[in-house]
Design a protein around this ligand. Structure first.
Ligand SMILES: Cc1cc2nc3c(=O)[nH]c(=O)nc-3n(C[C@H](O)[C@H](O)[C@H](O)COP(=O)(O)O)c2cc1C
Length: 318
């Protein structure tokens, strides 16, 4: 998710689930071809498994960038065919690619030909007024001929005129049944669903029918939810760290990042502000970790201040 799931965010999320597949923000082929590759692709070894999401439409560019992604150690390359932003539309990629399944299939094929890791596609169920099942079915059918074996379907249309990207995640209705029909029609493909999941029960229900569930906003805003996933979704009942341990390990990471890359702690802390959501004192704790007047203090000192402000009754047992 743009501006959200950078490597710091992914490092944090990995402390909460060892198994969930994490995705980068969308990186455009233009940014990789003309920009600072290390800035866009560098990630922490602890983040695996991690997928690089690309935005682009030219087969040769996609192949070049997929190769780069594999060389940098990513576990999967994902092509964005779901983003409705105007900037992306001007570049003629993202959701508007749903109108050009043959072009997407060519791009997928070009990537599959040059990498050994899976190439997957994230898309919508339609764009604008194209709302029929047949539209998304044909898209998936044609793109699969390019060699894509896994589709992550954001189960709502993208309306390219008149809605902001934020509205495009809220206004067009969710239609999960179309995703289920896709799985029924293409049992040999891995079909994953995305859009609107906030409860584990609903996720488990989908996992009985489909191959995966992608979670966006809820994982970001309520990251503590992720700590249940390894045991309940991935069947790995290892001991999970407490919130205090997670916070301490994030401080270790902030110190490492500061020393190695001069990353200020607040660029990292912003992703963990939801860690104590729902607990008494969470607001005060969040305020300390987002207090820019503390910018020049060491992250360990900021943690001490945050913990001092933390009501005794909310503290976890040691
Ligand atoms: C701030 C933000 C940035 C996003 N950036 C991307 C992106 O770069 N690539 C992408 O495929 N989806 C992006 N999305 C969409 C999410 O991946 C997801 O499809 C959408 O939020 C619906 O899932 P959810 O209801 O679980 O959040 C973004 C969403 C948000 C809120």
């Amino acid at each position: 998710m743009m501006d959200w799931t950078d490597r710091h965010c992914r490092y944090f999320h990995r402390l909460l689930s060892r198994h969930a597949l994490l995705y980068t923000e969308m990186v455009t082929t233009g940014a990789l071809i003309h920009g600072d590759v290390a800035r866009h692709l560098r990630f922490n070894a602890e983040e695996h498994p991690v997928a690089l999401q690309l935005g682009g439409s030219e087969a040769a560019d996609l192949a070049h960038c997929a190769r780069l992604g594999e060389t940098w150690g990513y576990d999967e390359i994902n092509l964005n065919c779901g983003c409705p932003s105007e900037r992306v539309q001007r570049g003629a990629f993202g959701a508007c690619l749903m109108n050009e399944p043959k072009l997407v299939a060519d791009g997928v094929k070009a990537m599959v030909d040059v990498v050994g890791i899976p190439v997957t596609v994230k898309h919508r169920i339609g764009i604008d007024k194209r709302e029929s099942y047949e539209y998304v079915r044909d898209f998936v059918g044609i793109v699969s001929e390019g060699g894509c074996r896994q589709f992550i379907v954001h189960a709502r249309n993208a309306w390219l005129q008149g809605l902001s990207p934020k509205e495009n995640r809220e206004v067009p209705p969710l239609r999960y049944e179309l995703v289920h029909r896709l799985k029924h029609e293409f049992p040999q493909l891995q079909i994953c669903i995305n859009g609107g999941f906030t409860e584990l029960d609903a996720v488990m229900q989908q996992l009985r029918l489909l191959d995966g569930v992608m979670i966006g906003r809820e994982a970001y805003h309520n990251p503590w939810w992720m700590r249940d996933w390894d045991a309940l979704v991935f069947n790995d009942p290892h001991p999970v760290p407490s919130r205090d341990e997670v916070e301490s390990r994030m401080v270790d990471y902030m110190e490492r990042e500061l020393a190695e890359h001069q990353t200020p702690w607040h660029s990292i802390a912003r992703h963990m502000l939801g860690l104590r959501n729902g607990l008494p004192g969470a607001r005060r704790w969040r305020q300390v970790w987002s207090d820019h007047r503390l910018k020049s203090r060491a992250p360990r000192e900021v943690m001490a201040i945050a913990r001092e402000s933390w009501p005794l009754e909310a503290r976890e047992p040691a």
